[in-house]
Design a protein around this ligand. Sequence first.
Ligand SMILES: NC(=O)NCCC(=O)O
Ligand SMILES: [Zn+2]
Length: 483
Amino acid sequence: MSTVIRGGTIVTADLSYEADLLIEDGRIAAIGQGLVGDSVLNASGCYVMPGGIDPHTHLEMPFMGTYSADDFESGTRAALAGGTTMVVDFALPSPGQGLLDALQMWDNKAGRAHCDYSYHMAVTWWGEQVFDEMQAVVDRGITSFKHFMAYKGALMVNDDELFASFRRVGDLGGIAMVHAENGDVVAELSARLLAEGNTGPEAHAYSRPPQVEGEATNRAIMVADMAGVPLYVVHVSCEDSHEAIRRARAQGKRVWGEPLIQHLVLDESEYFNADWDHAARRVMSPPFRNKAHQDSLWAGLQSGSLSVVATDHCAFTTEQKRTGREDFTKIPNGTGGLEDRMPVLWTKGVGSGRLTPNEFVAATSTNIAKILGMYPQKGAVLVGSDADLVIWDPEAEKTITADAQQSAIDYNVFEGVQVKGLPRHVLTRGVVAVRDGRMLGAEGHGRFVARQPRGQVNRALSQWKSLTAPRPVQRGGIPASGV
Ligand SMILES: NC(=O)NCCC(=O)O
Ligand SMILES: [Zn+2]
């Protein structure tokens, strides 16, 4: 069965033009005028864009004594409903567990995915087994390794482990990733706040001021530079961290920053809401910031110092959040956003004139496909690319409500937000998963996407590093003493 997408405007990261698309065997077979196929999707008045790629999700993840509530089934269904056709989830070994063991667990969970997926591997401890298994992980097409600089006593790695792991990632031609918050300072501030009687969700924000993120981001950048590895900083929430990334990039360092749609749109006032549930539902790390930090993130997307918009989708029900009723440090950290990332970014970004449609495609799809080594299979509208596509209706509107969402949780942090710009049709490798705005779904259709190590940036960086590597000074003989 072939499909033609007819009458739309193709919008990629660098071009907008009117053309039809022919899809055969899950791939784009032709782009042009007057194409013919077995079935037709009407794209008139719409933009035909690469489906979104969300590079930061935590589906059915064991965390803080529970599991995140959306699994690969509901999570990828939510993704498709919002125009995202691929997720990259974090395989998370518990400290002491092998990487291949964790990978097996993630493979077991991912079989129900509606759309394609890949993994990053988290490095939550360090030892010979981790060092050795990293090669096998890269051989399976998982080329990005995440390090938590926060969550002391649980997932956090120390600087010696960070440096050792970064060097190994660099040698394997991969990308180092960091959750950049100073976990020692967070632990100290949290203990002090609790002792002073600050037990509510607002104390989560007090315990993680922007400086803890700025310090850790600077540290990670310097460690990555010494290790000779490209660095990707997840959930950049504030100017302090953005400034470090901006400066590093201006110095020629290979660093990318990823703001979340939540941080771009929601601010710290959420934590001061009189309703405990309202505030706790928004507890995530890093926390929401003030308007000045939000302006910094938008400016980063506009100027190119920040590259990708993600969600860090890690959804917990109200019941799960209530574990922290007496103690904010026990509130499971995380918020949802998979279904809302594209419509909210379009509305607040393109709809306000902060972003062009092409910049929207770059930030939601193409840039991350390039960074993670899967372009142009993903993130592109080119002959031969996977037909992961969103037919975007810029005039369609809705108000976001939990009642109408795909996610398994009982609330939505964007509740009540009006969006203009929604998917009319969504295709995952040529299969229509959303038609005329209605979810059809395709449970189990999703496939693992293996990625290539040693991308262009890695190769350029290793060439530069070997040219500038420390070498012994060639000297003549040392004169014999006393002669
Ligand atoms: N971000 C968050 O609060 N939860 C998910 C785990 C993480 O990325 O830190
Ligand atoms: Zn994180």
